[in-house]
Design a binder for this molecule. Structure first.
Ligand code: MSP
Length: 515
């Protein structure tokens, strides 16, 4: 069985922002983690191209919607490729194969008796592509969207509705399962939304041309969210010859996890499973709603002029620094703040000092005392201190990754690096080496610390892939080794193996005012 995971399909109204980069980096770390565990992974990402928001953006740029989408979709692809994001599928919802899949899906849902015509009245936010829960008789108040801080638009039109209310009990059952919505802190908001009573939602528009036509209903196009969620299914079928829904189970569906931001949890944990139930398709196993990033304590927004461009951040500080900060510093389910100073301090302290110095000092000592090679440990030793530290950390790290607790996984790596630094300070091999009787003890100490560095080099790969390569190369280890099953076992470092000249694996970074 494959581990299938998805990022949201990003709107192409603008270039990639830090929010989309955050989710994509997290999914990349998770994909790398499962691949190292020898599991087949299908990592799906892509873009959500239809709807009024995109139509209007294209218009304002004097472009045809398709040309506009082609440009931004390419920017997303380029950014992910340049950041070594190991996605397996990139789905575009404007593709022809997606359109036929949406038609097939609609016919299934219609055959289940879950489609009806109705009138939709309410306040609509084009930015969110969503009706807001505001009383329709507030019509003269001209309310604003709390997210986009722009005036909502009043709509009163004939739409097709999906009969969500038919799924009240089934969805209640589903969201009751603790394993379905993660983290725990997000479950209650969804549970209370569901228990307040599910209302049918409109799935078509009559005034939006840039969308997929609804078969049998001339003039209607699908509501962008209806079409976008189905992009996950199209993503599974991308390499398959058959683009039919009946082939999904052979092509990685259901998803093991949908990773999304907390603002789109309702779509994924309520509307989407009901749509799948109606179409007789399997449900995703889990939906993880991560928190929102702010910058220096403030919401990021174009109007505030404080949007952090992921590309310039990565160009200035490197991919490893950005990945490490986002995954190590911010609890994945909670909101997090991007602060310049904290960013620099975290990277310098964890990567340059704790890990970088450990590797540098241990390889230098080994080279100096053991003919530029790794030392030869006594093989009959018992109770090796660093071995038990590493084993405990590896166990915790794996448990944390499975829970998408990247912060805890990263902290396990720092724990063993700090313990190894302390161990060196306490053991003082530089004093012991002066005494010939203690030579074997020094060989053991250095072997144990270098072995810890080797384990760190492997464990850090999903989080900071380039840094992992640099660490392993300093230990003369082939970084292309994929499988962890044997490599995370203690004692795999070859003894008397030539070591290259030590080079810092992570340069300290300095604050740059302009990001
Ligand atoms: N197109 C829809 C998703 C459809 S999925 C079938 C969409 N796209 S989006 O581009 O607007 O948002 C993509 C993701 O970015 C969402 O998960 C959203 O939560 C996330 N973020 C947007 N701003 C963010 C932050 N400031 N911080 C973290 N993530 C945020 O929604």
């Amino acid at each position: 069985m494959s581990f299938t995971l998805t990022t949201p399909l990003y709107y192409v109204n603008d270039k990639p922002h830090l929010g989309s980069t955050y989710t994509t980096i997290a999914c990349d770390a998770l994909s790398r983690f499962y691949r190292r565990q020898s599991q087949e992974v299908i990592f799906i990402t892509g873009v959500d191209e239809h709807g009024q928001k995109i139509e209007r953006t294209a218009q304002s740029n004097n472009l045809l919607p398709q040309d506009h989408c082609d440009q931004i979709a390419q920017q997303y692809k380029n950014l992910w490729t340049s950041q070594q994001i190991t996605f397996d599928r990139f789905i575009r919802t404007s593709s022809n194969s997606h359109k036929s899949l949406v038609h097939e899906f609609f016919k299934r849902v219609e055959a289940s008796g879950d489609i009806r015509l109705g009138r939709q009245k309410g306040w609509y936010c084009v930015g969110c592509e969503e009706y807001k829960d505001i009383e329709p008789n507030d019509k003269n108040n001209e309310p604003e969207c709390p997210i986009h801080l722009r005036k909502l638009e009043w709509r009163d039109e004939e739409n097709l509705f999906f009969c969500l209310s038919n799924y009240q009990e089934k969805i209640e059952e589903l969201v009751k399962k603790d394993s379905f919505i993660m983290p725990e802190s997000r479950r209650n908001e969804v549970r209370s939304f569901v228990s307040s009573g599910l209302r049918d939602f409109s799935i078509s528009r009559i005034d939006v041309n840039w969308g997929i036509n609804v078969p049998g209903y001339p003039g209607h196009t699908f509501y962008v969210w209806f079409d976008a969620l189905l992009g996950y299914l199209s993503g599974c079928l991308l390499p398959s010859k058959s683009k039919s829904l009946s082939s999904l189970s052979k092509n990685g569906w259901p998803a093991s996890v949908h990773v999304i931001g907390k603002d789109i949890l309702r779509f994924h944990a309520v509307y989407w499973p009901a749509m799948l139930m109606s179409a007789n398709l399997a449900l995703p196993e889990k939906v993880f709603g991560h928190g929102f990033l702010t910058r220096e304590g403030k919401k990021m927004g174009k109007s505030l002029g404080n949007v952090l461009d992921p590309k310039s951040l990565i160009d200035s500080y490197g991919m490893d620094s950005v990945r490490w900060f986002l995954l190590r510093n911010i609890e994945f389910g909670k909101d997090g703040d991007f602060q310049n100073k904290r960013f620099i301090d975290t990277v310098n302290s964890d990567l340059a000092n704790t890990i970088g110095n450990l590797l540098n000092r241990s390889t230098s000592m080994s080279r100096k005392w053991f003919e530029n090679k790794t030392s030869k440990p006594d093989k009959l030793r018992n109770n090796i201190y660093m071995k038990s530290c590493c084993e405990e950390a590896i166990e915790n790290y794996i448990k944390s990754f499975v829970k998408l607790d990247f912060k805890k996984a990263a902290s396990e790596i720092i724990t063993i690096a700090s313990l190894a630094n302390l161990y060196l300070n306490e053991q003082e091999p530089w004093k012991k080496i002066k005494n010939e009787d203690e030579r074997q003890t020094v060989e053991n100490i250095l072997y144990d610390v270098l072995e810890t560095c080797r384990i760190i080099g492997f464990l850090i790969e999903p989080l900071t892939p380039d840094l992992s390569i640099r660490i392993l190369s300093q230990l003369s280890i082939d970084p292309s080794i994929q499988n962890w099953a044997d490599n995370l076992k203690w004692g795999q470092l070859e003894e008397s193996k030539p070591l290259p000249e030590p080079k810092p694996v992570m340069e300290r970074i300095e604050i740059q005012e302009e990001l």
